[in-house]
Design a binder for this molecule. Structure first.
Ligand code: NAX
Ligand code: ADP
Length: 484
């Protein structure tokens, strides 16, 4: 099932809709039950639950009731409830014999000493930074307690939309509700969440869609996008990819892109370069040109099915990319071709693949400004460049005219030189096989990430881009198999 990446909901609007059908009550009940179930994965012993004033606190109160009814010793420290359902669940908790005590850092410290587990229900998606003092002291007290922590929805103190950690709870596990929040997927914030499990909640799909900022497609969905060849297929129908790149000192980059293209099913791959590009696979065709004017003259009016341009291309990259963009063929722009002066020259069949440094150059902002809010960064890049943008990272965000998509998987071993070059080749291969740019982008990024995961199983942090290219075929088979 396609999962949503959710932004903070406008609590009032959601409440009104849900409350009218009594569904918010059911949703909170489901949420609390899931949290209680997750507590059983921790060692046995007393559970200290911390409930804030909003609905996140309400979830904690429901969890406390479920735990108590199953015979688990619980202590609940709760802030005065501002949320109607939270008040209701406070009454329900009292009715089964558990009376919440006032929430304070002192009380927290006193009770944490005897607790086997802390449940953090202080703040959820309703939190708006900066953190106010009473919460600062509480979060510091949670950290100082040194007990295992299970957070509800997201660790308290994290801004659901931001990748920043800041002062926030360091959880061992998080039960997130309804959909993934950006904070659980990116940067320092994601590292605060520990092991995350998603509890979907039985609410109408339209509500989830309304709250969603992005989607997060599964392998089964992405596998259906990969092309299937007829038995009588020949290399002429599998796409001819041209790779334009390389410069003395960076000749490996186009070679890696070309290997990525071949391993992602391109029928023919030709590298055009002014430099002496290594023939990393004998199946590649490499044409060395004296200069780019001569190169374009010799190519005449011949055009490939798809182009990847920019990898290790050096100082003339903008000029070369300008010429390529005028061809109006499906084009992947990477590395040195990611220049601000090309922004207005793109077309609908372009895929731009900046990493955060290149994205900052394209938008004229600082890298941290972009990595803090990766979904906003991807959206801004797409608005500036048009076509499809892949804002690369772990994970990457794909911005296309239909919205945003957050990729799954990959491996930290992929943080090594040349990895993006291989991705460019993969994308060009998929474009050359007829995929629409958005489909090539979402399927290509996942194919590359899955190949990275497979290669990392053998090579760990010693992973190279060539290792990833070698796993592309197996990753392709897996994705297709997942599609059924
Ligand atoms: N919307 C839904 O469909 C569901 C939401 N649920 C829960 O509801 C949560 C959202 O609930 P709410 O919107 O009530 O918000 P929260 O429970 O996240 O917190 C809101 C409260 O936090 C305090 N707060 C906000 N900013 C603060 C700051 N800077 N410093 C200190 N305190 C601050 C305010 O006092 C506010 O009352 C979700 O995270 C989830 O846990 C679940 O009950 C399941 C269903
Ligand atoms: N920690 C990570 N988790 C998942 N994928 C990663 C991670 N680090 C890097 N990658 C992937 O590796 C690629 C790196 O691209 P890039 O920075 O352009 O490399 P290069 O410029 O060396 O070719 C991107 O596709 C990125 O998504």
């Amino acid at each position: 099932m396609r999962e949503a990446v959710l932004g903070p909901q406008e609590a009032g609007a959601v409440d009104a809709r849900l409350a009218s059908a009594g569904l918010l009550d059911l949703a909170m009940e489901e949420a609390g039950a899931a949290v209680a179930a997750a507590c059983h994965a921790f060692p046995p012993g007393p559970v200290l639950l911390l409930a804030g004033s909003g609905a996140n606190g309400g979830d904690a109160l429901v969890a406390a009731r479920h735990l108590h009814l199953r015979g688990r010793e619980v202590t609940v420290l709760a802030a005065p409830a501002r949320h109607e359902l939270t008040r209701l669940n406070r009454r329900r908790l009292r009715a089964v014999g558990v009376t919440p005590q006032p929430l304070s850092p002192q009380g927290m410290r006193r009770h944490a000493a005897g607790a086997a587990l802390l449940v953090d229900g202080l703040l959820g998606t309703g939190f708006r930074p900066p953190l106010r003092p009473p919460l600062v002291a509480l979060i510091e007290a949670i950290q100082a307690a040194g007990r295992p922590v299970l957070s509800i929805d997201l660790p308290s103190g994290l801004d659901a939309l931001s990748a920043e950690g800041g002062l926030s709870v360091q959880a061992d596990a998080t039960v997130t509700l309804m959909g993934w929040k950006p904070a659980l997927l990116f940067g320092e914030a994601a590292a605060r969440a520990g092991q995350v499990t998603l509890t979907p909640l039985t609410v109408p799909a339209t509500w989830v869609q309304q709250a969603a900022l992005a989607d997060r497609p599964t392998d089964a969905e992405l596998g259906t996008l990969l092309p299937v060849r007829r038995p009588d297929a020949h290399k002429g129908v599998a796409g001819h990819v041209w790779v334009l790149g390389g410069h003395p000192g960076t000749t490996g980059a186009p070679a890696l892109a070309a290997a990525g293209a071949l391993r992602a099913g391109a029928g023919l791959v030709t590298v055009h370069s002014l430099a002496d590009v290594p023939l990393v696979m004998p199946e590649l065709m490499v044409r060395r040109h004296p200069d780019w004017t001569a190169a374009f003259a010799s190519l005449g009016t011949r055009r490939p099915d798809a182009v990847a341009v920019g990898m290790g291309l050096g100082p003339q990259a903008a000029e070369v990319a300008r010429e390529v963009l005028a061809w109006q063929v499906p084009t992947v722009l990477d590395a040195d071709a990611l220049q601000p002066e090309l922004a207005s020259l793109g077309h609908d069949a372009c895929i731009w693949t900046p990493h955060p440094g290149e994205a900052a150059r394209l938008l004229g902002v600082s890298t941290p400004d972009l990595t803090r809010f990766p979904l906003d960064a991807a959206r801004s890049l797409q608005q500036r460049l048009g076509g499809v943008v892949i804002f690369k990272g772990g994970p990457s965000v794909i911005a296309h005219p239909g919205g945003l998509s957050v990729a799954r998987g990959g491996h930290p071993g992929m943080a090594s030189a040349g990895m993006g070059d291989t991705l460019s080749g993969v994308l060009a291969a998929l474009l050359g096989q007829g995929l629409l740019p958005w489909a090539a982008a979402v399927a290509g990024v996942r194919l590359h990430a899955r190949a990275g995961e497979r290669a990392a199983a053998t090579h760990g942090y010693g992973l190279s881009a060539s290792d990833v290219a070698h796993e592309l075929g197996a990753a392709w088979m897996e994705l297709r198999a997942a599609a059924g």
